[in-house]
Design a protein around this ligand. Structure first.
Ligand SMILES: Nc1ncnc2c1ncn2[C@@H]1O[C@H](COP(=O)(O)OP(=O)(O)OP(=O)(O)O)[C@@H](O)[C@H]1O
Length: 219
């Protein structure tokens, strides 16, 4: 489902070029639930963003469901991401002036069909249909992340990428959110790639990749 070949990503800081990813090779099959872990600064988020179509590598290719992401023009790439990929971030990234339902409707509204029905169904899947009219500020952190998960799954994407999805949550909420995410992925055979620094969460996946100094050190 996801193929990455020879990924190189570096950042220019002043006069210095810092190479963060050193030629990553990776293959993730459909429905696989993969955790990326490793020390701070190892390149986990950079790898996730590069695999997810959010950060173009200087070298290499990423193919998702047979489509080479970075060969698409920006408009086609955005449409491909909206239809095929869901994103979950540590800080939820909900729009504060929109209700839970309206936030979840965004990907469907961009796709142009049945946004409200799909959004309500997604809120039901995360157990929050009763909170549909609440603003993010009226929800707990765990609930906000569940709304963000509903938004990510509303279009039934083939792939979900999550960057430290439990990073702002206490251990009880972390466990619940991770269970929910894994359950949703399993239920619809969605490929799941999650960055976490929490080893107890990372062990719950099908595969754990340890990233160190921009390379995959072990699996
Ligand atoms: N936009 C950027 N500009 C410059 N350097 C960056 C940028 N993004 C990341 N880096 C650098 O790349 C390296 C890897 O960062 P990355 O966020 O991928 O690590 P990480 O493993 O996710 O770390 P953490 O667990 O602390 O979030 C770091 O040294 C970081 O400073």
């Amino acid at each position: 489902m996801i193929e990455a070949h020879n990924l190189h990503r570096s950042y220019q800081i002043g006069k210095k070029l810092i190479e963060v990813l050193h030629g990553i090779e990776l293959s993730i099959h459909k429905g696989e639930r993969v955790f990326l872990c490793g020390p701070s600064g190892a390149g986990k988020t950079t790898l996730l963003y590069t695999l997810a179509g959010l950060e173009r590598p200087q070298q290499g290719h990423v193919t998702i469901a047979g489509t080479e992401l970075y060969s698409l023009n920006p408009k086609k790439q955005a449409a491909f991401r909206n239809a095929n990929i869901g994103y979950i971030f540590q800080n939820y990234l909900l729009l504060p002036e929109l209700t839970a339902l309206e936030n979840v409707m965004i990907p469907g509204a961009i796709g142009g069909e049945d946004a409200a029905d799909k959004a309500m169904e997604a809120l039901e899947r995360v157990g929050l249909s009763k909170r549909a009219d609440h603003l993010p500020a009226e929800l707990s952190g765990g609930e906000q992340q569940r709304v963000a998960i509903a938004r990510a799954v509303a279009n039934r994407p083939a792939v979900l990428f999550a960057d430290e999805p439990t990073g702002n949550l206490d251990s009880r909420n972390s466990g619940e959110v991770m269970e929910l995410l894994m359950g949703l992925a399993t239920e619809s055979d969605t490929t799941l790639v999650v960055v976490t620094h929490d080893p107890s969460l990372a062990d719950r996946g099908d595969r754990k990749l340890v990233i160190k100094d921009g390379s995959i050190e072990s699996t």
